[in-house]
Design a protein around this ligand. Structure first.
Ligand SMILES: Cc1cc2nc3c(=O)[nH]c(=O)nc-3n(C[C@H](O)[C@H](O)[C@H](O)COP(=O)(O)O)c2cc1C
Length: 165
């Protein structure tokens, strides 16, 4: 079974979440391609896809959202999971992520999961630094890799069930 794990990530935090998910799936014996969403031309070659994105201004990164929109019909015929990585998961966990929820419906996703993220202040551009200074979110890395790997294990179990169904 061939699985795609792909992410929209600006500063690398979400890419590391995707890499952790891909690692768990590989450890479970799946053939996994892991790539940035901008480098994925099609989901055609995969039996399942896990697609994630960092959240900026409440929205997914364009490469990841475009990949879902452009491949929505094909995704609906596959096992699909989406995940969002963002700071509102930490500061306002009930903040709606309407776009991601809409993408989950379009792709017929089994689940849309939210994970905490991290802000690497030194990497931000001038405008982002000003915005983040004004918002003053809590400093730190809120990605819980144990939780992330646990989630990936549930995906692996589901894929194994589906493979032998
Ligand atoms: C300018 C800016 C805007 C952001 N907007 C949001 C947001 O609307 N909601 C959210 O949950 N997180 C927001 N974040 C937090 C990022 O999603 C978080 O830092 C994420 O881990 C970044 O992932 P990346 O390194 O893969 O780009 C924002 C961060 C920055 C710098």
């Amino acid at each position: 079974m061939k699985v795609l794990v792909t992410v929209g990530s600006k500063y690398g935090a979400t890419r590391e979440v995707g890499a952790a998910v891909a690692g768990v799936l590989r450890d479970n014996g799946f053939e996994v391609d892991f790539a940035d969403a901008c480098d994925v031309a099609s989901v055609r070659f995969y039996d399942a896809a896990i697609i994630g994105s960092a959240v900026y201004g409440g929205l997914w990164r364009k490469d990841a959202s475009a990949l879902v929109r452009e491949n929505a019909q094909m995704l609906r015929g596959r096992d699909v999971w989406l995940f969002s990585v963002g700071m509102t998961q930490v500061t306002k966990p009930d903040q709606p992520l309407d776009e991601a929820e809409e993408l989950a419906v379009a792709a017929g996703a089994i689940e849309h999961k939210r994970f905490g993220g991290t802000i690497q202040f030194e990497k931000l551009n001038v405008g982002e630094k000003a915005l983040i200074k004004a918002i003053a979110p809590p400093p730190g890395d809120f990605r819980d890799f144990e939780d992330i790997r646990e989630w990936a294990e549930t995906i692996a179990e589901r894929l194994k069930e589906d493979a032998f169904a």
